[in-house]
Design a binder for this molecule. Sequence first.
Ligand code: NAP
Ligand code: MG
Length: 502
Amino acid sequence: MSSVQTAEDNNPRKYQLLIDGQWVDAESGKTFTTPNPATGETLAEVAEADKADIDKAVAAARRAYEGKWSKLSARDRGRLLYKLSQLLEEHSAELAAIETADNGKPIKESSYVDLPQVVENFEYFAGWATKIEGETIPVPGRMFNYTLREPIGVCGQIIPWNFPLLMAAWKLAPALAAGNTVVLKPAEQTPVGAMELGKLILEAGFPEGVVNIVPGYGETAGASLAAHPGIDKVAFTGSTEVGKLIAKAAAENLTKVSLELGGKAPNIVFADSDLDQAVAGAMMGIFYNQGQVCCAGSRLFVEEKVKDEFVSRLSEKADKIAVGDPMNKATQMGPQVSEEQLNRIKGYVDIAKSEGATVITGGESPKLDGEFQNGYFFRPTIFGDVKNKMRVAQEEIFGPVVSVISFTDEDDLIKQANDTIYGLSAGIWTRDITRAHRFAKEIKAGVVWINTYNMFNAASPFGGYKQSGYGREMGRHALDLYTQIKSVWVDLSGRPIGWFGK
Ligand code: NAP
Ligand code: MG
């Protein structure tokens, strides 16, 4: 029998909290429900963690950290992570369907992007477990100095709903490879994938308490985790607004923090680019995952002399995007994750109009039939006549909504592209190689894509400049977030030091 509950199994599904290797109810006995965003129907009923459960989970993670987990060899940690990656691969099809039911993303995306990347991240960090090394330092005199690279301890990890399983993988894999233990809080909108992941973590054989999963609300479960004096580090992905709350809560105990926050990425099209490639890249940049991507290319800067042609090609293609049942393999865009997000996007359409922008296409929900008429769908939307100062060009909308801004001069373009509080990512489309690299150097962002967009790999670092956060996830740099360095000095002379021994 499969250890993962398939999407076809009876709904609503029921989940408890994973604390200390056991599935348990919340101390309060409370539960919450989460809908399938394509239909609005209840998908799952989930135990609701609060402060008392966070206390229990942190205590379990501490016991595991001081106990079994620290006794395990690096090789064994790596083997557990590798085993988990294999289980995830084995169950990819069911998990992709779950991700789609929970988040609304098209099954094509969850099957061919989310799940393969989840597997890749666990596999990649499994390999790192045995390669986390200290160094010897050439200090003067008859002294020997070396460093130990040690885990940080108990990590609180708070993740968003846009890539539920993938964000869990980005956080868990490096933390565990480095020997930490974890209390993970999934987003209230999308807890299901993380709970199924919990089953596989137990099946892989991780000792109890190494990974604790505590779904609940941000204001209660999330806030008490971030402020908990028993955690050594908090890692967060989500909005810049909540990121600031996390940093404040962590400051109270000087808990270490890493933040992966919002973005308002410039995606720049020069007239000399391959326009077919650039149109496809602009679409990938904003309509992928219904635009619910922190690195979405939501400010589309287009060189004035090709703007009209570019926009007409873009809007023609945007109108042809298949929006609907996310379980259908032909669907290109599913629903937004929640009614709240849908309303937020609609609000921005009104804001755009009131600021003087025009709706070139979209700007409303599509008319869908049957069970999907109550889903949270929105049409691919393009705003024209946008100025970079407008709210729709400055604030993260987190929907399939792109603002087109035209430009003529490269220096002015760079200024505008950098004129944002964010600095997560940027894209450029041009055949001029020197311009492409000049841009890569001058843009203040953690990731730059040249003639491509939304490229990711477990070995390549990702993270933000400015208010897009601090720290880099994935790649070797992620290990910096989950290790600390101890410097050890050894006297080799055998003589008393200094003048006190004389
Ligand atoms: P959010 O509030 O930042 O949610 C991210 C995570 O933080 C969730 O697990 C959330 O829990 C938790 N959280 C919320 N308030 C908290 C608090 N006071 N203390 C500790 N944890 C807390 O994001 P959202 O409300 O779902 O979405 C709002 C906007 O955030 C979006 O429109 C988008 O602009 C942005 N966003 C960005 C990203 C990104 O990857 N950069 C991802 C998601 C959203 P609950 O969800 O359970 O309340
Ligand atoms: Mg929320």
